[in-house]
Design a protein around this ligand. Structure first.
Ligand code: CP
Length: 323
């Protein structure tokens, strides 16, 4: 793997390697990289979970995370995404994590020589969310084959729906969507159903956030109406199978996608998903970077003290190309 742009590009073997490594890191522990690699997290859209769990994963692996704020960077002077990324490559970053409002923004990055991890592109895909969801499902059920999954909510604007539908189907699960007509997406090959017709059989009810910030039209239902028709509430909760789980990528609109009192109910794995996000992201960083030496690093301790510095000449001496 050179980059992680979307789930579509991963084979089943690669997905399972990433999932199993995340679970191993969580249950058996992990070691930091042998050298100090540097990553920059570029978030052109707001984030709490993805940004901070990447930072946590990076720190756990002994990496430096370079702070980058779009609002105070030269993006404000009109610098392109490509030039910003080439700059970060030139100053020695080993990898970039990018969230951007444009679908397929990564198509602009051909010519970059360091790995890019997609932290979400517009309404395109969110592969690291998908991987943490897969880790959570595999941890609970020990399989994907034959699981019945309903993904409910704002399918049209969701990057999570597309990634999860594709990956779960590839892994042998049966996936259906449930959404108001206005948020259905005919471009995804997946049946739309009434949530009440599948709630009793579903192993996984995956709720999606109503993405108000991507809606240009007036929403024609109140939050109570939405919750009654498409959300998780006590009535639907009572119909769920004993071992079924409720997922949500969060942030949650409480009392919209899910009644507030059910956010931390027995069947909810919403917060465990976030915990697994750290291990899933560690697994991805490990996959992309474990075989690559840090592009800028001090000489090892046994070398003479005066040689030990964080300079480019030092990197050159060690034969590490910076361009
Ligand atoms: N689930 C998710 O991507 O959350 P953030 O937007 O907070 O990163």
């Amino acid at each position: 793997m050179e980059h992680l742009f979307s789930m579509e590009e991963l084979s089943t073997e690669e997905i399972m390697r990433l999932v199993n490594r995340a679970i191993k890191f969580k249950n058996e522990g992990f070691r930091p990289f042998n050298d100090t690699k540097t990553v920059a997290n570029l978030f052109y859209e707001n984030s709490t979970r993805t940004k901070l769990s990447f930072e946590m994963a990076e720190r756990q692996l002994g990496m430096n995370s370079l702070p980058f704020e779009v609002s105070t960077s030269s993006v404000q002077k009109g610098e392109s995404l490509y030039d910003t990324c080439k700059t970060l490559e030139a100053i020695g970053c080993d990898a970039l994590v990018i969230r951007h409002p444009e679908n397929n923004y990564y198509d602009q990055l051909e010519g970059l020589n360091i790995p890019v991890i997609n932290g979400g592109d517009g309404s395109g895909s969110h592969p690291t969310q998908c991987l943490l969801d897969l880790v959570t499902i595999y941890e609970r059920f020990g399989r994907f084959e034959g699981l019945k999954v309903v993904i409910a909510g704002d399918i049209l604007h969701s990057r999570v729906a597309r990634s999860n539908q594709q990956a779960l189907t590839q892994l042998g699960a049966e996936v259906v969507f449930s959404a108001p007509e206005v948020w259905q997406d005919a471009s995804i090959d997946c049946p739309f159903v009434n949530l009440d017709d599948v709630i009793e059989d579903a192993d996984i009810v995956m709720l999606l956030r109503v993405q108000h910030e991507r809606h240009h039209e007036h929403e024609s239902f109140t939050k109570e109406e939405y919750n009654k028709a498409y959300g998780m509430n006590q009535e639907r909760y009572a119909k769920m199978k004993e071992n079924a789980i409720i997922m949500h990528p969060a942030p949650v609109n409480r009392d919209v996608e899910i009644s507030s009192e059910l956010v931390e109910c027995d069947k909810s794995v919403i917060f465990p998903q976030m915990t697994n996000g750290v291990y899933a992201r560690m697994s991805i960083l490990h996959e992309l970077l474990s075989e690559r030496p840090a592009r800028i690093a001090p000489l090892p301790e046994e070398e003479t003290a005066e040689d030990v510095s964080f300079t480019f000449s030092n990197a050159k001496k060690r034969g590490i190309a910076l361009d």
